[in-house]
Design a protein around this ligand. Structure first.
Ligand SMILES: *Cc1c(COP(=O)(O)O)cnc(C)c1O
Length: 378
């Protein structure tokens, strides 16, 4: 960590390890190799060092969004299967082969491109098929999967079908829709199983993201793809699903009080004067802003912890600074520790709570902090 810098991220490795174990225990068949640790977007902002730790503890499947992310994992020494969950553009194909990534195919066109690539490089590659059962994003539509396609992809000398997946659109808040997606997925699997071409029993079937994993244990199938839960955070504003499973947050963001002043009543605070002091106000300036991933939407809404007590954001968040109200926290001094995310004393600021303040999902809160490159493992 660069200790000259007034803002840093702490990665709680004990929590990460514990989360990995808890997730294994919650699986219908407890087994570490049934977990795909989804570590796209720099491991949800936690940095790749945490992925290396997961590998040390026995994780052997990882999910990323781009070939470049897969390459970065190989470069730090990740040996297991790396799934390219969201398909690819043609320019990523050489990287897929070079780094032995396992893409999830979404179209015949993707298949054709891989097929032409192996004609020249003659390199083996595993792949999965992704089915769009109601997400309306990547994936084959169910009707696109027919016998002629199964014919094409089976018994290929280089390209090996290893699994079939789908992705839930609303597993955090719409059980009926999720159930419907699961049934469509099951129907596709049934058709695959009836195909003479496919060795169906050997295929890895998977559909659960964190919300699916938490709320639909009977959908776990062969593999689960957990991202946010691995980092100890619920996929919704309520943190209790994560907490009740024994998961705890891995990321903490800390800073220090940079400046203090006392303002009389009626003063404007920050750009645009969106806050006016209601009485004599003790104000602290904290060196974090939207350039460091603090969403500007949190302005006038969020709270930080100083000496274990809550201090409310006053005015809009600037590029590199924010102001908080410390009127009711005695003895705040320049240099005092500020917790933007994480515990301090008996209280804790959680990503779920920040997501509610910003009217977004906890995923965006974690990813936005990926801009903070000063990370320490604690
Ligand atoms: C990102 C992603 C996940 C993980 O989602 P979480 O809600 O973070 O668990 C799982 N599957 C796919 C296909 C994804 O893109």
């Amino acid at each position: 960590m660069n200790i000259d810098y007034p803002l840093w991220m702490e990665i709680d490795l004990q929590s990460l390890h514990n989360n990995f174990i808890r997730i294994q225990q919650h699986l219908t068949v407890p087994d570490a190799s049934r977990i795909i640790g989804v570590v796209k977007a720099d491991a949800y902002g936690h940095g790749l060092e945490s992925v290396l730790q997961l590998q040390k503890w026995g994780m052997n499947r990882f999910g990323v969004a781009t070939a470049q992310e897969g390459k970065a994992l190989r470069q730090i020494g990740i040996k297991g299967t790396i799934y390219l969950l969201g398909g690819f553009i043609d320019q990523e194909i050489p990287g897929i082969f070079k780094n032995h990534l396992t893409p999830a195919l979404s179209s015949r066109e993707e298949w054709d491109r891989l097929n032409s690539a192996v004609q020249t490089n003659q390199q083996e590659l595993d792949f999965h098929i992704k089915i769009d059962t109601g997400m309306g994003r990547m994936g084959f539509l169910p009707e696109e999967l027919d016998e002629s396609f199964f014919d094409q992809i089976s018994h290929h000398p280089y390209l090996r079908l290893k699994g079939v997946m789908t992705h839930f659109a609303s597993s955090e808040n719409n059980p009926a829709y999720t159930q419907k997606q699961f049934e469509i997925f099951q129907n596709c699997l049934k058709r695959l199983s009836h195909s003479k071409q496919i060795l169906f029993d050997n295929l890895e079937k998977h559909c659960c993201n964190s919300a699916g994993f938490l709320f639909f244990p009977y959908f776990h199938l062969d593999l689960v793809r957990v991202g946010i839960a691995l980092f100890g955070v619920s996929p919704i504003h309520d943190f209790s699903p994560a907490r009740s499973l024994g998961l705890s947050p891995v990321m903490r963001i800390r800073s220090r009080v940079k400046h203090l002043k006392t303002l009389p009543s009626g003063c404007y605070i920050g750009y645009g004067g969106t806050y006016i002091t209601q009485g004599q106000t003790r104000l602290a300036v904290i060196p974090i802003g939207y350039a460091q991933g603090l969403l500007r939407r949190l302005s006038n809404r969020m709270e930080v912890l100083i000496k274990g007590q809550r201090a409310k954001c006053l005015g809009v968040i600037s590029m590199d600074q924010m102001m908080v109200d410390v009127t009711n926290i005695p003895n705040v001094k320049r240099g005092d520790l500020v917790t933007i995310l994480g515990p301090d004393g008996a209280d804790e600021i959680r990503a779920e709570e920040m997501a509610a303040w910003a009217e977004t999902i906890p995923h965006e809160i974690l990813c936005s902090f990926s801009r903070i490159k000063n990370r320490i493992l604690v």
